[in-house]
Design a binder for this molecule. Sequence first.
Ligand code: ATR
Length: 276
Amino acid sequence: MIDGKTKLICLIGQDVTKSLSPNIHNYIYDKYNLNYSYMNFSLEEKDLESFVNSVKVLDIKGFNVTIPYKEKIIEFLDEIDESAKDIKAVNTVKNIDGKLIGYNTDGAGYVLSLETNKVNIEHKNILIIGAGGAARGILYEICKYKPNSIHIKNRTQSKSEILIDEVRNIYKKIDFGNFDENIDYDLIINTTSIGMKDETKTPFELDKIKNSVISDIVYIPRETKFLKDGKSKNFKTIEGIEMLICQGIIADQIWLDTEFDTKSLLDEIKNMIFEK
Ligand code: ATR
């Protein structure tokens, strides 16, 4: 229950009215009796600076940042954590006594969703569909888990090549490249929005794929055509909602300096969201 001591945590973005983040975070605060409340604020870019000042004045403990401000917010922060440096995008900000520190929990959230599904990527061949901001966050994080190869398939190949050139210089043992139809990929990740607006569309046809884990970051619908196709071939699938929930759990761990039992929390939050 909100009382005189309740602290606020929030989400900012251009239009956050449909975001599930309040459901996720307030569930966690209720479950663990934490005196916090999470709210969404849709903002215009010109108001970012005054928002950041309000965070300090009101002692808002932290906030999430979503489209289209994940890059723009950086200039208003005091420090950037390693997790956000390479990606050059921040989705989580912690307020420590008026000092604002930026993190990125998207990639770690994605890896946590793999772990909770018992998918190990060490020595595995991975295909990423898309080369935008979401692909970037996931790519930088999965590189840390020693996959054998990471290939990218993107509509605009020049964009995937820029991304590949960047990481190739950092992770010299991983084979980076463009999609190669002769490789058996162990994990295929959709990072594009294909399948969201038009539920009949898939970002990648699975006809020629023998066996792979199929993972989508789109979470509306819960089961995209890409995931349905994977299921119909009896492949393991990972729903986009899992990454969303996991990046939220990691953000709460940062704000509240605590650790949660992520697997059971993920299952409970998933049930809560889809029971509605
Ligand atoms: P985000 O930051 O959410 O990842 P983004 O930066 O706009 O969003 O990136 C979206 C990615 O999905 C891009 O790789 C984009 O391909 P392009 O680089 O060619 O623009 C890809 N994408 C989005 N819609 C697509 C579509 N209808 N067909 C193919 N690729 C699409």
